[in-house]
Design a protein around this ligand. Structure first.
Ligand code: SF4
Length: 262
């Protein structure tokens, strides 16, 4: 069987809470996030994606198994190739590795099936809120997506999986006070849903765009909302902390790249 991927990194130290992982980029995604810098992977560009035999992936996993602790799949959206995803996680478990998925949480039934089979140890996701601004979907679809996101967070709580929850930080001045108020309500719902999860890593994730990152799906959107300054990051932290009893936030690894406001 083949899987559409954009690449494999044999050893990564930044994808799973500082633990060494072998990371695989799955191609294809069902969202259209305007700030997506992996949009060629998401849209399965021929120049970016290729078909790999699962046997090649297994060989890479087995070769890395003495130096990494996790197999991490990201994308794109890995649940779009569910059969291959499950088989890769089953193989990883068979050689004694832990498993991690970076998902947009739009496919709760797939995540539930993997969780029931004890195939996911760590799940990373973004709070794409407000969903119509962040997902690039029409409002009705974006709101349906949000319900799937919350359903997935409930599953994470029920199965007590290690969770990395990334909170996108924008230029809040451009977002406007009404949307910031609505963002607070979405955050409140997400953070109250994960109360009780034993291990949560809350990450403030400044959304980047040109000139810091060239390749984004929608440069116009990014010139308006992306590359926040320190004041925006402080505002995001101030929004999050009162909403989550165990809040202790950190900045995403690439945050050092952001341009600070004067
Ligand atoms: S940011 Fe993630 S979820 Fe959004 S389009 Fe890109 S790959 Fe898909």
């Amino acid at each position: 069987m083949k899987v559409q991927i954009a690449g494999i990194k044999d050893v990564s130290l930044i994808d799973v809470c500082g633990e060494p992982s072998l990371t695989i980029w799955f191609c294809g995604c069902n969202l259209k996030c305007p700030y997506c810098h992996n949009w060629r992977v998401a849209e399965v560009f021929e120049s970016t994606c290729y078909s790999a035999e699962l046997s090649e992936i297994y060989f890479a996993i087995e070769s890395a198994s003495s130096i990494v602790d996790y197999i991490h799949v990201t994308g794109g959206e890995p649940t779009e190739q569910v059969v291959q995803l499950q088989q890769i996680f089953e193989f990883a478990k068979s050689v004694g590795l832990r498993t991690s998925i970076n998902t947009n949480c739009s496919n709760p039934s797939t995540i539930e099936s993997l969780l029931r089979k004890e195939l996911v140890d760590h799940l990373a996701t973004d709070v794409k809120a407000p969903p119509d601004l962040m997902t690039g979907l029409p409002r009705d679809e974006a709101l349906r997506y949000w319900r799937s996101f919350i359903k997935t967070l409930r599953l994470v709580r029920e199965h007590d999986v290690i969770l990395e929850l990334r909170i996108p930080v924008l230029k809040y001045g451009a977002v406007g006070s009404e949307l910031v108020a609505s963002l607070k309500n979405y955050l409140m719902e997400a953070l109250s849903t994960i109360e009780g999860v034993s291990k949560v890593d809350l990450v403030l994730n400044p959304i980047l765009g040109p000139p810091v990152v060239d390749s984004v799906r929608n440069p116009e959107w990014c010139s308006k909302y992306a590359v926040p300054g320190m004041r925006d990051i402080e505002l995001a932290e101030a929004l999050v902390k009162p909403l989550y009893s165990r809040a202790s936030t950190r900045l995403a690894q690439h945050a050092s790249l952001i341009h600070l406001s004067p």
